[in-house]
Write a protein that binds this ligand. Structure first.
Ligand code: NI
Ligand code: MN
Length: 232
């Protein structure tokens, strides 16, 4: 199984020719290494969306319609996807629900983050989530845009192989908070995401790596777009 980083919060899980995309932000993402056309000859099995902010859903509509694949998200976003942007195949999770799909399982839990979304004429209130994906005997934690919260201490019980943690301080976690999260979650690998996409605020991913190494509860991996982790 490979977890490929495509910039910002966009992670692709690739296993036995199946592709699961988490938060596909391709158009308007200056750090994304691929275009939507990259997937033209590659079947997408599912798209998981943690929450409705632009930088997490931008390519969901076009990819879901083109590939006729399932979109997996919270109940509130399901209503938005179905009624506003006309995505037909949406699988909806209540917070705390674990659902088995064809070859992989998904758990959604509420993140400490906002969830307003607009179609430019109305505002919709949705929840923000983080997600755990079980696939090929491996467990992946994608934190969405959450801030540090105490319940993260319980995540280590799920034996996480790789944790994707946002480190951009204005809307998610400060580096120090993400390092604390990494030390609580104790994933085999901790990968920083959601930073330096635009130039407004710069954060130092190597500082994250240095501090995670210092705590010694997880191995930091700093990925550039189009780099990946192999989980055997
Ligand atoms: Ni957000
Ligand atoms: Mn975001």
């Amino acid at each position: 199984m490979e977890a490929i980083f495509h910039g910002h919060s966009f992670v692709e899980l690739f296993f036995e020719w199946k592709r699961i995309l988490i938060d596909p932000f391709i158009i308007w993402n200056p750090k994304c290494d691929i275009t939507e056309q990259y997937y033209d000859d590659k079947p997408i099995q599912a798209i998981i969306v943690t929450h409705g902010h632009d930088d997490h859903i931008w390519s969901t509509q076009s990819l879901a319609q083109k590939h006729d694949c399932e979109v997996i998200t919270s109940y509130e976003l399901w209503k938005y996807f179905e009624n506003v942007v006309w995505i037909k195949k949406v699988s909806t999770h209540g917070i705390g629900w674990f659902v088995m799909y064809d070859g992989f399982g998904v758990l959604f839990t509420q993140a400490l983050h906002g969830g307003w979304i607009t179609d430019f004429s109305h505002w919709y209130t949705t929840v923000a989530a983080w997600v755990i994906v079980s696939i090929a005997d491996r467990t992946i934690y994608h934190a969405g845009d959450t801030w540090l919260f105490w319940d993260m201490k319980l995540i280590w019980e799920r034996n996480i192989d790789v944790a994707f943690l946002p480190i951009w301080d204005r809307y998610t976690m400060w580096i120090e908070d993400a390092v604390t999260a990494a030390s609580w979650i104790k994933a085999k690998y901790s990968v920083p995401i959601h930073y330096n996409t635009r130039d407004k605020i710069k954060v130092d991913d190597l500082e994250f790596a240095r501090l995670v190494m210092l705590w010694n509860e997880s191995v930091p991996k700093v990925l550039r777009p189009w780099q990946w982790i192999v989980l055997e």
